[in-house]
Design a protein around this ligand. Structure first.
Ligand code: NDP
Ligand code: 8X3
Length: 250
């Protein structure tokens, strides 16, 4: 049995990943802001003795540090950290975007990832093993209109994952990056400020990835033999692909 720490476990990929690891008998630390959602999930997964719940905001360094230092004894040896909590806000052009939204994305998708990593890594180093799986996005590699700051935060996650791999060489800590494309979760609802119609339209007449597709991928990465490091995986629904460069003509 391993101890798996999943951020953003109240919904989408994080929740599905929690269900997958729980069904395989692992112990879980589940973090998100919405405590009620975590409690519901923990009940479904067999109670709070199998799950330690942390209601915290990944943007708050102190909250993250306190949560880590307050872990009950049986949850202290974290084997796997899944840095999944994140969000996109807005899809408008840079000049119309809200600076506040940009700051929230930077604080969550970048600072959240580094706070969690910094809090969990020393224990992994001490124990001589561990695994960090970061959830990036296709938006970290491929630009699209309106992806401005969201895509840039995910480009950070991509390069941070690679740089971590370099720093951790010889330390027996695996680092992987999973970069999904369009996936139907609460993601679009959050991006469009709760506008159900707009969110639904994103997945209209196509089959997006599901949260379970990503959970299976994360589980597979962890299931590879200990000497195998999966560096990076990019997944898209078959309906999603690239388009030609846009050329503006006047
Ligand atoms: P969801 O909106 O369904 O889930 C996001 C999760 O992140 C929720 O559990 C939310 O919990 C948590 N979260 C958000 N902000 C914070 C915060 N400040 N502190 C703690 N937890 C937070 O979206 P997805 O499951 O789709 O997204 C998961 C990750 O996958 C994100 O990093 C996203 O960028 C990435 N991604 C998503 C894709 C998609 O198309 N869906 C594609 C590629 C990548 P709560 O609100 O309770 O705090
Ligand atoms: C979410 C996928 O294509 O909306 O990261 O950027 S996409």
């Amino acid at each position: 049995m391993k101890t798996i720490f999943i951020t953003g476990a109240s919904s989408g990929f994080g929740e599905a990943t929690a269900r997958k690891f729980s069904s395989e008998g692992h112990r879980l630390i589940l973090l998100a802001r919405r405590r009620e959602k975590l409690i519901d999930l923990a009940h479904q997964l067999g109670g709070e003795n199998k799950c330690h719940l942390i209601s915290a905001d990944v943007r708050d360094k102190e909250e993250v540090e306190n949560a880590l230092s307050g872990l009950p004894e049986e949850f202290r040896s974290i084997d796997v950290l899944v840095n999944n909590a994140g969000l996109a806000l807005g899809l408008g052009p840079a000049e119309d975007a809200s600076l506040k939204d940009w700051e929230i994305m930077v604080d969550t998708n970048i600072k959240g990832v580094i706070y969690l990593t910094k809090a969990v890594l020393p224990g992994m180093i001490r124990r001589g093993h561990g695994q960090i799986i970061n959830i990036g996005s296709v938006a970290g590699s491929w630009p699209y209109p309106g992806g401005n700051v969201y895509g840039s935060t995910k480009a950070f996650v991509q390069q941070f994952s690679r740089n971590l791999r370099s720093d951790l060489s010889g330390k027996n800590i695996r680092v992987s990056l999973v970069e999904p494309g369009m996936s139907e979760t609460e993601f679009s609802l959050i991006r469009f400020e709760g506008d159900q119609e707009k969110a639904k339209a994103v997945y209209h007449s196509m089959s997006p990835l599901s949260a379970d597709d990503i959970a299976e991928t994360v589980f597979w990465i962890c299931s590879m033999p200990a000497h195998v490091n999966v560096n990076q995986i990019e997944l898209m629904p078959i309906a999603q692909a690239w388009a030609p460069f846009s050329v503006y003509r006047d």
